[in-house]
Design a protein around this ligand. Structure first.
Ligand code: AMP
Length: 241
């Protein structure tokens, strides 16, 4: 008996950006506007740490995250495959899926392409938000998360994302916190890791014609217009540029 993959004929949109490059903001907008379920690799790791169901796995992941390093391939692929296949099963009617923060190095990119083949899925475009190190550093010092719901994100250095009160979430009034990996020394390590591990896949997707390179330095609305236009063949309602 043959079973059809829940991902047969679906498109995937991986987002690549440096830490604080605007991935979260853009993937949230795209998801809400086009009803595209999102698999967020960093958030999945953070929930494994929070849930504490598998302390050994959590300890291993934490070691790398706290160092600003990429979690090893074997763990990433296990967590990705299980989590993403579950997301696809839960959303049988989705036309496509967003991948936030995956792939991040050559091993992951190759594994993803092999999985796409197996699933019968295709990569729409790899959206690459190009942001300078100076901007990343500035954004990291201002980024704050709601202590109750980490999807409520603010930035004290960006007028578009400032909370009304610097210490409280606008939505639920809970205290705002700084994520461990936004600390300056960790941001530097993450940038180094990004340059070494992620730049090669940006080159690879550029050569294969799958990359949509977008200037991520501009305000979120302008970036969004470019993201929509880059994906217009896959999305129903492109916005005018
Ligand atoms: P993010 O939430 O995307 O900023 O990711 C936070 C941290 O999770 C990263 O600094 C890495 O330590 C880890 N991480 C997230 N995505 C990946 C990935 N695709 N491969 C390896 N590690 C990852």
């Amino acid at each position: 008996m043959t079973t059809t993959s829940p991902l047969q004929g679906k498109f995937l949109i991986p987002f690549i950006a440096p830490p604080n490059g605007g991935k979260g903001t853009q993937t949230k907008r795209l998801r809400q506007k086009h009803d595209l379920p999102t698999f967020d690799m960093g958030a999945t790791f953070r929930s494994i740490l929070k849930e504490g169901k598998n302390p050994q796995l959590a300890d291993e992941i934490k070691k790398y995250m706290n160092e600003g390093k990429l979690v090893p391939l074997e763990i990433v692929m296990k967590v990705f495959t299980a989590g993403f296949e579950e997301l696809a099963q839960k959303n049988p009617n989705a036309k496509g899926f967003i991948l936030d923060g995956f792939p991040r190095d050559l091993g992951q990119a190759q594994s993803l392409m092999a999985l796409c083949k197996k699933w019968g899925a295709e990569i729409a475009k790899v959206v690459y938000l190009n942001v300078s190190n100076t901007t990343v550093e500035k954004r990291a010092t201002g980024r704050r998360f709601c202590s109750k719901d980490a999807t409520h994100v603010y930035n004290l250095n960006d007028p578009d994302f400032q909370p009304k009160d610097a210490n409280k979430c606008d939505i639920d009034g809970e205290p705002l916190i700084i994520r461990d990996d936004d600390k300056p020394e960790t941001v530097q390590k993450r940038l180094k890791e990004y340059a070494e591990q992620t730049n090669p896949i940006i080159d690879m997707f550029k050569k294969s014609g799958d990359l949509a390179e977008i200037d991520g330095e501009r305000d979120a609305d302008d970036v969004e217009v470019d993201v929509e236009n880059a994906l217009k063949d896959y999305l129903k309602s492109p916005v005018a540029g």
